[in-house]
Each structure stands twice: as structure tokens, then as C-alpha cells.
Design a protein around this ligand. Sequence first.
Ligand SMILES: Nc1nc2c(ncn2[C@@H]2O[C@H](COP(=O)(O)OP(=O)(O)OP(=O)(O)O)[C@@H](O)[C@H]2O)c(=O)[nH]1
Ligand SMILES: [Mg+2]
Ligand SMILES: [Zn+2]
Length: 349
Amino acid sequence: MSSDPSRDAPAAPAGACRVVRADRGAVLVVPADAPEAQAHRVPLDRDGLAPTGDGVRVPPTVGDVVDVAPGHDGAPPHVSLLHERRTALVRDTAGRTSLAQVMAANIDVVLVVEHLDPDPEPGRVERLLTLAWRSGATPVVVLTKADLVPDPAGMAAEIAGAALGVDVHVVSVPDGTGLDPLRALLAPGVTLVAVGPSGAGKSTLVNALAGREVMATGERRADGRGRHTTTHRELVPLGGGALLIDTPGIRGVGLVADEDALDATFADVVELAARCRFRDCAHAAEPGCAVRAAVESGELPQRRYDSWLRLAREAAWQARRSDARLAAEERARWRRETRAYHRDVRPRA
Ligand SMILES: Nc1nc2c(ncn2[C@@H]2O[C@H](COP(=O)(O)OP(=O)(O)OP(=O)(O)O)[C@@H](O)[C@H]2O)c(=O)[nH]1
Ligand SMILES: [Mg+2]
Ligand SMILES: [Zn+2]
């Protein structure tokens, strides 16, 4: 591991820092201009939140840029400001206290990592690409374990159909194949994040690109399923000035509603939909539906149509839920304010 949360810093770096790891009670930070330096632990307030420029307090996440103020008179240093996020990879969480989780902040490239063995799942790639498009960063697909399958190029061509407009790289870490095009992405100052299922080879890729064993990697189980080796998100300096955030494999990632992101992932469906007879076509059973016609003719694979429908419904559902939650929050705020008003203006008995 590159960082040890138990290590308490004698003197945390002052000024702008990058969060390399965020836990409930503390963040590990490095100076923003020296990410290879030793990481230091900065405790958070009891609520686990940090102040933003808008006066809102939010949980810091890996990749955040924060100002750290030194502690005076024996007090520990603290996060005095969480800078506005340039980009953010957000997933929907069904949690009671929050709707969405920022998985990584200030990222330039999202590596959507998918294994070729066992068989890749194009639907998962589409889901993660939608998340990636929404983040504001550039998505890139990385297909791993090319050494384990007879026809990696053929499989890549199939996945490319689920990743329109996105570069698809085929790699094998034991062979060292396909790594050079990825290294070309590692310009100084660039931050990447690797996402994908457990066992896809994210940490193996991080180590290969870092040129040293930074992250622990898992053994392949007999049934081919991953083991959730990585259990926290961590920013790793790759040398040469690029940074890569490794993440734990996630079983299901909830979409955060965003029509533009969905349209970016399904540009082919959007193009077809423009040719439907009715402007408000739901592409289900309407006459003159160009999307359905493309499925019938085989131009649009049934699998991709189903996947698009599933993600579009999920995004719509998420948007409604988020609206309902906002409305509930608004009502709660109104009740609080009314109570405060009555308390303040009512003469005491
Ligand atoms: N043959 C082969 N095995 C690989 C390759 N990349 C990764 N592996 C193996 O796949 C297993 C899982 O790799 P990890 O890097 O731990 O996977 P991960 O995506 O980080 O998994 P989580 O941390 O659980 O999310 C390990 O045994 C790796 O050695 C590859 O290109 N070829
Ligand atoms: Mg891992
Ligand atoms: Zn239609």
C-alpha cells in the first residue's frame, strides 16, 4: 500500500492538498504540487464533512483538492476548504442520508475496466460509460486478460459496439501487450480513475502502469468470480506526474439520472429516434418507430436496445426519486423555519 492511515503526521502540509484517501474520520493528503510526497492524515470533524466555498459541508472524496490549515497549540490540522470539483464520478446510492456518492473527484480520464475472461458484459460497460460521460471526464474502455482468450480482437470489436466514440484498448499484463497506448494517456498532471467489476484487473493495471506493487491484487477463484480484494479508493502516483485512482470492484452501480450522459452512450439510438414518426415516441409499440424497425432489421442489436431501455427507465426513476427527495427536504426546511418563526415571535407565557 502506498499509504498507511495509522501514520499520524507530525506536520501535515499546509496549503492546497490532494486527497489520496478518504475515510469516515480523516483524509490522507499529499501536497497538490508534490503528489509523490509522503501522505499525511488530517482528521475530519465529527460529522465527517468539510466546508466548500458555497458554505455547504460535504464529505471529502478521493481526488478532492482541499486547503489544510495547520493546527495551533497542539490541535490537529484541519480541512479549511474543499475546492470546487472540476469533474466528479457520481453513483446513485439508495442510502437514507444521501442519494449519491462521489466516487472520485477532479479526474480527467475514466478507465472502464472489463475482463475478457470470464466473458465481458457489454451492458455493464454501457452502464459505466454512462456514469463516465456524466462525470465530465473522458471515458476509455480497457479490456483485460487478453492472454486468456483465443480471439481478443474479435471480442473487442463486439464491445466496441457498446462503446461508440470511445477508445477500446485490449491489454494483457503478464504479456505486457496493449499497455503502451495506455501509457500515452499518462501526461503529467492527468488524473485517471479505474472502475469495473471485482477481479477485472484494476489493481493489476495500476501496478503495471506504476511499475511497482502499489496495490494488492487478488487471486482468481475457480468459479472465475472476483474476491473484492481492493476495499477502499486510493489515489496512486504513477511517476511522471500522472495519478490513478484505484477503486474496489462494485457489484451494481446505480445510475444518476442524466439524459445527456445516456445520449452520449447511446448515440446510435438517439440518431435512430430522430427518425421516428412521432416526436414523443417511446420506442415501444408505436407505428413508424425507427428504433424498433432497426431492431427488427438487425441494425440495432436487441441486446443494446434492451440495455438502453433498462438504463433509460432507471435514470427516469432515479430522477423522480431525487425530485421527491428534494420536495421532502424542502417541506422539512419549511417546517423547521416555521417552528423557529413561532418560537421567536410568540411571546413567552
Ligand atoms: N491472465 C491474466 N490475469 C490477470 C490480468 N490482469 C489481472 N489478472 C489477474 O486477475 C486477478 C484479479 O486482479 P486484480 O487486479 O486484483 O482485480 P481488481 O479489479 O483490482 O479486483 P478488486 O480489487 O476485487 O476490485 C489477479 O489474480 C490478477 O493476477 C491479465 O491481464 N491476465
Ligand atoms: Mg483491486
Ligand atoms: Zn420510436
